[in-house]
Design a protein. Structure first.
Length: 443
């Protein structure tokens, strides 16, 4: 089944005027009110195609989380409306604004290897055994990023690999013995791969399933490509963790979907895919690793997960109204807390990933207090957080330009980051502020 969602076009008639966020760090007085093309707003659910969408929260204008501008004038500093809505029919929480995927991912600056090496080592040690993978079986990874996981699989003797990712600047880092296609996965690409390489026993999609321009076309392609005895194993952020941890910072245009098992079951079923196993993992502040295949669902697993989500209220619309109030109060508390840090105290943040973009752009006035954002990815250093336009620097800045407080914006990596701060700072240790679920200093 093909989705009937409207295709994206930069010339759509309902492209609105969007003003780039004004930056306190910018040397320019005013930024031209250019039209910002490349987005549209959907009035239909991206999964079930119904029109029963109910707005949960409007964030206002937020820049793209994967864009790291070099200058205030460059297109990567543009901001776009960001609204989340819940589908009354299938209960999929989703972003309504559709950004041209080329704007989102052609120049992506997220490197798996920086934070996820250990995670993918464990993955390569366990998942092939769970799905009974043989060494010559074809494995396709959609959204392979810099090949961190593919390299781990290759090292364990699984050499029949294909990586798919549109970001050429990132896939250029992959070992040349591993085949790569720089493209978006789709039904038509699935047909091409099946003709060229046959049907994979394992299709992997880690942290890509939430980013899709057309989730129905994607799953149509997965179902067409996957071997009839094969597994589709994907990792997505868990809505239960998002809501219970007040993680509004993980909401951005790249993350179009916030999945629960409740919303995933009907979506997968539409393409003959059924849940066999659900692992709760700690990645990105709480994620699911889901094993799906064409076999009948593991009823025990599905009922356990649905029961858990029901106990949290995720199968009722009322819970989402409450989430709206939680986002508002969390943002307000965080801004107040930062504003109350005494004048003259120097503040930095650590972690320039997408979370920092949403978080800092939701508290633009308080963010003016932040001198710089430390990051460990060479792809981001020397650039800026879009919108609030705060410079992204390497961690040596903590020694060269000491601060009194460090806000850990990449809080899922709290332990690693605190160790790095301790090993870098030469003078007194700054106070460490965790922004979520409520602002709290680490003792
Ligand atoms: Zn729906």
């Amino acid at each position: 089944m093909k989705s009937t969602l409207r295709p994206l076009s930069p010339t759509e008639e309902y492209v609105r005027d969007v003003q780039p966020a004004v930056s306190p760090h910018s040397s320019i007085d005013s930024i031209p009110k250019d039209r910002t093309p490349g987005w549209s707003r959907s009035n239909r659910c991206a999964s079930c195609n119904c029109e029963e969408l109910e707005t949960v929260y409007e964030f206002g204008s937020i820049p793209l989380a994967g864009a790291f501008p070099t200058t205030a004038h460059c297109p990567q500093n543009a901001a776009y409306p960001l609204t989340i809505a819940i589908c009354r029919n299938c209960l999929l929480l989703q972003v309504l604004e559709l950004i041209d995927p080329h704007l989102l991912f052609d120049d992506y600056r997220y490197l798996s290897s920086v934070q996820l090496l250990e995670h993918f080592r464990q993955y390569a040690d366990t998942v092939p055994q769970i799905v009974g993978l043989e060494s010559q079986s074809l494995v396709v990874e959609v959204g392979c990023n810099d090949g961190t996981l593919l390299h781990e699989l290759y090292a364990r003797g699984f050499t029949n690999l294909l990586g798919i990712d549109p970001a050429r600047n990132i896939t250029a880092r992959i070992d040349k013995r591993i085949a790569v296609k720089n493209d978006f996965f789709s039904r038509s690409l699935a047909e091409q791969i099946r003709d060229e390489r046959g049907r994979p026993s394992l299709i992997i999609a880690n942290n890509v399933f939430a980013h899709l321009p057309d989730v129905n076309d994607f799953l149509d392609g997965i179902a067409h490509l996957l071997d009839e005895d094969g597994y589709f194993v994907f990792e997505v952020h868990s809505l239960a963790d998002l809501i219970s941890g007040h993680q509004f910072d993980t909401i951005y245009h790249e993350h179009r979907f916030y999945y629960s098992i409740t919303s995933l079951v009907p979506l997968l079923q539409r393409y003959g895919l059924h849940i066999q196993q659900v692992d709760h993992i700690s990645t990105h502040g709480g994620s699911y690793r889901i094993f799906a295949s064409a076999k009948a669902a593991n009823i025990e697993v599905v009922e356990r997960e649905l029961g858990f989500e029901s106990s949290l209220g995720l199968d009722r619309l009322l819970e989402y109204e409450d989430f709206s109030r939680v986002i508002k109060s969390t943002i307000s508390r965080l801004a107040t807390h930062i504003n109350e840090i005494p004048e003259g105290h120097q503040i930095a943040a650590y972690g320039a990933a997408g979370r920092a973009v949403t978080l800092l752009n939701c508290i633009p006035d308080a963010a003016q207090r932040i001198s710089y954002v430390v990051d460990d990815s060479p792809e981001r250093i020397g650039r800026h957080i879009p919108g609030v336009f705060i410079p992204v620097v390497s961690r040596e800045a903590l020694a060269d330009q000491p601060v009194d407080t460090v806000i850990i914006t990449a809080w899922p990596y709290k332990e690693v980051i605190i160790d790095r701060i301790r090993s870098t700072v030469t003078g007194p240790m700054p106070r460490i502020l965790m922004p979520l679920p409520s602002p709290e200093y680490v003792e």
